[in-house]
Design a protein around this ligand. Structure first.
Ligand SMILES: *Cc1c(COP(=O)(O)O)cnc(C)c1O
Length: 232
């Protein structure tokens, strides 16, 4: 099967999962995760109608973006290093994995220097022990007012990468936790946080049933990835 067919199949499954969850399919957007795949693969998905693409390495994004259509909407989904913010900000319409107040403040300061108002999602550690990145729910409750008060960054919602599980059904409680935390924080702060980025190739349908508005799907569209080397 080629990329266009796998894309169509993924979109069909997104629609079906939305119906099962009693949701309007138009609330859900697909982020096609193109990391490690060549620009030709992105181009193929673009020609099939896909517009939002996710990358997790700034270097790779900088190498890939110039040869592709400016109609592509890039999302940064990786672990962002402070020294890469300046180069990434002008290219991306949404930063998914902001995992500390320090990082949010750095983004805010650099956005000020560049005259930008970046949209961000706060990454929550929904799996407890064993996963490195993300706000612990209690830390987020404590720091949310400060994060929402940053003048430049616009917090639009939450994101999670649950720890891998053998049976995708076992990840459902983590997705539910993210949605409930969003509902709680949205209500205590009086701030709409409409975006929930959760779900990958193995579990995006479950994530949609639990309220995802952005699903990040790579392998199911582009096929398997070579193993990534640590970022320089
Ligand atoms: C790589 C990646 C994905 C895509 O994973 P697949 O299992 O290939 O769909 C989604 N989210 C993040 C944060 C990633 O790094």
């Amino acid at each position: 099967m080629d990329i266009a067919n796998r894309l169509t199949e993924t979109l069909d499954r997104i629609n079906l999962a939305a119906q099962r969850g009693g949701r309007d399919p138009s609330e859900i957007q697909l982020v096609a995760v193109s990391k490690t795949h060549p620009p030709e693969a992105v181009q193929e998905a673009f020609e099939a109608g896909q517009r939002i693409f996710g990358e997790s390495r700034v270097q790779e994004l900088l190498a890939k973006a110039p040869s592709l259509s400016s109609a592509i909407r890039w999302h940064f989904i990786g672990h962002l290093q402070a020294n890469k913010i300046r180069k990434m900000l002008p290219l991306c319409e949404l930063i998914h994995g902001v995992d500390s107040s320090d990082l949010a403040r750095d983004i805010d300061r650099i956005a000020g220097e560049l005259g930008l108002f970046p949209r961000i999602l706060l990454e929550v550690n929904v799996s407890g022990e064993g996963t490195k990145f993300g706000f612990k729910p209690d830390a987020l409750r404590e720091q949310i007012d400060e994060l929402l008060a940053l003048p430049r960054v616009q917090v639009e919602g939450l994101m999670a990468i649950p720890a891998p599980v053998a049976d995708p059904e076992d990840v459902r409680p983590a997705f539910r936790l993210l949605r409930e935390l969003r509902d709680e924080i949205s209500s205590t702060t009086g701030t709409p946080l409409p975006v929930l980025s959760m779900g990958m190739s193995g579990d995006y349908e479950i994530a949609i049933e639990e309220g995802a508005t952005l699903v990040r799907v790579g392998t199911a569209i582009f096929g398997h990835r070579p193993r990534l080397k640590p970022e320089a």
